[in-house]
Design a protein around this ligand. Sequence first.
Ligand code: FAD
Length: 368
Amino acid sequence: MPSVIYDIAIIGAGASGLQLLYESLQADSKKEMKILLLDSGDRSSKSWCFWEDNEHACFPFLVEKSWDKMAYVSAKGKTIQTDISPLKYQYISSDRFFTYFFNELIPHDQRVTHLKKWVTATTEASAFNTVHCDDGDTFYAKKIADSRPKKSLDSKLIYQHFSGKFIDFVQPILDESCLTLMDFSLAASTKEMAIFHYILPFSQTKALIETTVFTQLPYDAQAYEAIWHTYMDTHYPQPYQVISTEEGTIPMGFHADTNTENVFKIGAAGGFIKASTGYAFTRMHQDAVNRAQNRPTHIPRRFRFYDQMLLKIMKNEMNRIPEVMDRLFSRVPTKRILQFLDDKTTLGQEIRLLAQLDIPLFLKHLFR
Ligand SMILES: Cc1cc2nc3c(=O)[nH]c(=O)nc-3n(C[C@H](O)[C@H](O)[C@H](O)COP(=O)(O)OP(=O)(O)OC[C@H]3O[C@@H](n4cnc5c(N)ncnc54)[C@H](O)[C@@H]3O)c2cc1C
């Protein structure tokens, strides 16, 4: 019998692993849990954004900026600006998130053992489960939550690539109360890539402006850089300074392998990235809350079906995505779209929403 059997071993101290750590500590009213956190130590910078209402607030003490106005800009340049309250669009930087966990929470909570390790495998057995590391170490736990990404992803997946910059304009030109979720007005989309720009204004001068690309093609840093500069030249000719850059890729439409009750995948590896949008933060949080209470997370199948429909259109007619989005945002209130993308609408609301879309286009791909 091993000398220590942890209640849970969490593999990966990224967004999902740390959310689960936090929620497990919160749920442990007797303060007796033993949690093992194993991580490679490789932590890249990210901006995590999500929308939520106050009732379902997710790490409110880490939110650095909130917006209650959201804009959508159509391919023809028409802006639809909406007050999304009581929802808020929230921004948490990974720097703030990691600082909280690694400098404040973990060092002061004796229930947590945090080790820098590269995990190679897990094995499940009836008494306890085992985590194997590349240095030969093994650890034992009643449960294992694993956020290691899948080694190779399906080449048929759609990816959301983004290439952005945090910039500081010389003059105060931005409306810091309104973020732009999607701006399709730069006509850069092609049969293989749907391209839009995403703008988070942090103040009247500072913003994150990102070129976002849905495609099956690999990341093309040079091409995205050129598109970003064209967007800036045409939309923001005012002088600015680049503070830092952010780039990344989110696989869309990937579903996790089957979990067991005691050894399960979390985060991106667990299929918690919303297939059609790439958003994951609040879904991973809901899963963390559920897992901490020993419940699996159930996402109704019909939402996976809607995601698959949109992904099929992307795969076959990517150049029509700006048109699909224009139609959606011009006919359906933004708040309802956000609720739909959060899998929180009722079937009746979904039917009314889908009826506003290009039905022949969706039917064509439904039967493909
Ligand atoms: C650049 C970027 C921006 C994003 N922005 C948003 C956003 O605004 N809103 C949103 O909702 N979603 C966003 N996402 C999607 C999603 O929220 C993130 O990808 C999120 O980080 C996924 O969390 P995770 O825990 O699954 O993976 P990660 O956060 O990547 O964490 C995985 C951890 O596991 C560790 N690890 C990996 N392999 C091993 C191993 N073998 N042994 C030990 N440790 C290992 C890694 O070092 C890492 O610390 C973004 C994704 C990217 C890439």
